[in-house]
Design a protein around this ligand. Structure first.
Ligand code: BGC
Length: 800
């Protein structure tokens, strides 16, 4: 499960650490600057780390962690939402390899991805960057990426550990979640990625979980990650997310990032001197940092340029493989004739990635319009292709003139391709989405175009969840998400049938977001979010509480048709193999995803109606028959028993359900299981959202009262400080220079993003990431003053 520490790298690192002084070791455990670790003079050089999940973001100029500054050109692969929709670990592993090669070419030792937090709510600001609402799919696809990246010798970093499912107050919010939900839902993907791919690093999340920050979480990092899972790789903080450095070292957080400020060094030194922090903890952390650096020195081919043309071609293939065909009355693949109308500014100004730390500077960018017109000029020169923008790409707004132009074009066209979605500024790390409806301009355009021409294919370009009231009206509806730099070309491939839309939804599309159980507590109080819906997110909610999704998890049509000829479940007890014989009975090659869910008895515990426990993607030529195999294990049937702290089997009838989506099952197989260690019976909730008493029962203690804004602490968000005169002054003195450091000038959009990022920073970030020198001692004095405790402030000064 963990990197080899017995080999020479581990031994050398340990030997080096043994020869260091305490201050030297302390220096090693936080970075040298924004993206590099400290070097060990003349012995071990620094290594560079860089974002991110779907492309390399290696910054060369000003550094920031929110996507403001530029980075070297790199292939922008489709975002994680698309990668997961491929349901194809082999293909995603290929993407990982390409990412690894590009990182290696740029001397980047660790790539900060994949991100596998669950899409708890469709408004989650980073949903585009995350894989799925389901932990098994997330874990498996993340593992594929990690295997690919690491096959090139570059380390991958699974992030953000854990329960980091919103952007609102992301650096301070306390996620209140009961242990069973945590284990079965929010930790499971991490457990899978560790078991199936051994990532070189794990990044702790910004938020708190049940009252403790992830960076120093005794249970999450100490007991679960390091203890139970035996993870021995590098644990790194999220950027500016280190809360209590000494406690972090004690539980297993090795590296604080970004570095440069070394703000915690004095506290670590004092803790070691006072015996509050065992030197062994510091040694372990320093060893792991050196190991990562030493290992990098041994990777062959560093600095070798990557084949960017080949990567662009791969990006195109993957984007098509992750495109989901939601509906199709047969219009697709298009057989263009007469006039083909293309409506939507995204046709010429593609939306292809989200904003934030994952933002890549693409090596090139295909627009649907360029590729479509070039392709048709060759293949169907008689077809006239016309374009109307319909809306402003940046804002999503439309005008009577734009709508008029678009409808005139659509009315006169034989077929229409209409691209709509979310404007880029709506989908950025650092803030949750304001809503789930397309911008009014897009909504208006969809209705107007459909009114004049029902032979319209609507293509959706966005990263997070959307509500689609009119989904049954277009002739076809295509979910393209954000397809990366080759997304425009991939769409042309799909529309014209050169490629099939190989995707299946990795997240449910709800009818109305307000009906979702998670919506009752998203994004929660300013300081606390309660996961009262427990595991009932995505299809677990829709299925269990009989609230059908508009498009269910796992759904996606093909251009061909598969018949399921025979399904067999063989094996003993919980070690089962599901074999499905499939025949491609259509007239073209295509793919199908066999999805295997398990339904538990749910007599002793309230459980989701069913949960995905395995899947297989198969490809078949026209007329070909193929066999899909999915293995199930004990863990496919277990639940987390809070009383004993173990994974146990609930005795009774389970069902293995085989289907092509969570709502379309074509085979059921009963499995009767006995159990020597049944879970302790637990109370049930009446509805999907636990009430106060029910929730307290599940938590095992009263529902915590959200932290108050005052007194101010090191963890208070800067926005809270603005409520006092002195706080505003502090923001002016320190916050502004910090803002300037991240972005000099820039567009209103950048400033807006920056403002929300700054407002959400905890006070301690001024010391950790500020322009310096702001020591914690000074900050604490200031906080005492702001809290109206001048004596404490003076007292602290004396003891500085
Ligand atoms: C993000 C991480 C990212 C880091 C470095 C943080 O703001 O949460 O995902 O890896 O910045 O850019």
């Amino acid at each position: 499960m963990s990197p080899d520490h017995t080999g020479s790298v581990g031994e050398r690192a340990r030997a080096l650490v043994a020869g260091l002084t305490v201050p030297q070791k302390i220096r090693l455990v936080s970075g040298k600057d924004f993206w590099r670790t400290e070097d060990l003079e003349a012995t071990v050089p620094a290594i560079t780390v860089a974002d991110g999940p779907h492309g390399l973001r290696k910054q060369v100029g000003a550094s920031d962690h929110v996507g403001l500054g530029g980075s070297v050109p790199a292939t922008c692969f489709p975002v994680a939402a698309v990668l997961a929709s491929t349901w194809d670990p082999e293909l995603v592993e290929e993407v990982g390899r390409a990412l690894g090669r590009e990182a290696k070419a740029e001397d980047v030792a660790i790539l900060l991805g994949p991100g596998l937090n669950l899409k708890r709510h469709p408004r989650g600001g980073r949903n585009f960057e995350y894989l799925s609402e389901d932990p098994l799919l997330s874990g498996r696809m993340a593992a594929a990426l990690v295997r690919g990246i690491q096959a090139e010798g570059v380390g991958a970093c699974a992030k953000h550990f854990a329960a980091n499912n919103q952007e609102t107050a992301r650096m301070v919010v306390d996620t209140v979640v009961d242990e069973r939900t945590l284990r079965e839902t929010y930790l499971r993907g991490f457990e899978i990625v560790l078991a199936e791919s051994s990532p070189a690093a794990v990044m702790t999340a910004y938020n708190q979980v049940n009252g403790e920050f992830c960076s120093d979480h005794a249970h999450l990092v100490g007991e679960v990650l390091r203890g139970e899972w035996g993870y021995d790789g590098l644990v790194v903080s999220d950027w500016g997310g280190t809360n209590d450095r000494v406690a972090g070292l004690a539980v297993g957080l090795d590296l604080e990032m970004p570095g440069g400020a070394h703000a915690f060094d004095a506290e670590i030194e004092a803790a070691v001197a006072a015996g509050r922090l065992p030197v062994a903890s510091l040694d372990r952390a320093a060893t792991r940092v050196l190991e990562a650096a030493l290992r990098w020195q041994e990777v062959p081919g560093r600095g070798t340029p990557a084949d960017l043309d080949a990567h662009h071609t791969l990006a195109r293939r993957v984007a098509a493989a992750g495109t989901v065909l939601l509906t199709n009355d047969g219009i697709l693949p298009l057989r263009p004739q007469g006039t083909l109308g293309v409506v939507g500014a995204f046709a010429t100004q593609p939306r292809y990635q989200g904003a934030g730390s994952s933002q890549v500077t693409p090596t090139r960018l295909d627009s649907l319009w360029d590729v479509l017109t070039a392709t048709l000029a060759e293949q169907a020169p008689d077809v006239s292709v016309q374009h109307a923008p319909g809306y402003d790409a940046a804002t999503g707004a439309t005008t009577d003139t734009l709508v008029g132009q678009a409808t005139r074009l659509a009315a006169a066209a034989d077929q229409v391709v209409l691209l709509v979605g979310m404007p880029g500024r709506e989908e950025a790390e650092g803030r949750d989405r304001a809503g789930v409806r397309l911008p009014d301009g897009h909504e208006r355009l969809v209705r107007a175009v459909l009114e004049v021409n029902p032979r319209t294919v609507v293509v959706l370009c966005h990263g997070g969840g959307v509500e689609l009231d009119w989904a049954d009206r277009p002739a076809a509806l295509v979910e393209a998400y954000l397809g990366g730099q080759a997304g425009g070309a991939a769409l042309v491939d799909v529309l014209l049938g050169a490629a099939e839309p190989g995707g299946r939804l990795a997240e449910s599309v709800p009818v109305r977001v307000v009906d979702l159980a998670a919506d009752a507590n998203f994004p929660g109080h300013p300081r606390q979010v309660e996961y009262r819906e427990r595991s009932f997110i995505g299809y677990r909610f829709h299925d269990t509480w009989s609230v059908p999704a508009r498009f269910p998890f796992g759904h996606g049509l093909s251009y061909t048709r598969f018949e399921h000829r025979a399904v067999e479940v063989s094996g003993i007890g919980t070690d089962l193999t599901v074999t499905v014989e499939l025949a491609n009975v259509g007239d073209r090659a295509g793919s199908e995803v066999v999805q295997v869910y398990v339904a538990g008895p749910g007599r002793l515990l309230q459980r989701p109606l069913k949960e995905l426990q395995g899947f297989a993607k198969v490809h078949a030529a026209a007329g070909e028959s193929v066999r899909a195999r999915v293995r199930l294990y004990r863990r496919s049937f277990t639940v987390w028993d809070v009383a004993s702290g173990r994974w146990v089997v609930e005795p009774g009838r389970h069902e293995v359900l085989v289907g092509s989506s969570s709502a379309h099952l074509y085979h059921r197989h009963a499995v009767d299981l006995e159990s020597d260690d049944p879970p302790a019976p637990a109370a049930r909730t009446v509805g999907p959202v636990a009430g106060d008493e029910e929730y307290a029962d599940l938590l095992g203690h009263p529902v915590p009262v959200p932290a108050r804004a005052r007194p101010f602490t090191r963890s208070s968000p800067l926005s809270d400080l603005g409520s006092s005169w002195a706080g505003r002054r502090l923001l002016g003195l320190v916050g502004r220079p910090m803002a300037r450091r991240f972005a000099d000038g820039g567009s209103a959009e950048r400033e807006e993003l920056l403002e929300s990022v700054l407002a959400g920073l905890p006070v301690r970030a001024l010391a950790q990431m500020g322009p310096g020198p702001v020591t914690f001692a000074r900050l604490d004095r200031l906080l005492a003053l702001l809290n109206g405790e001048p004596l404490r402030a003076v007292g602290r000064r004396r003891t500085d």
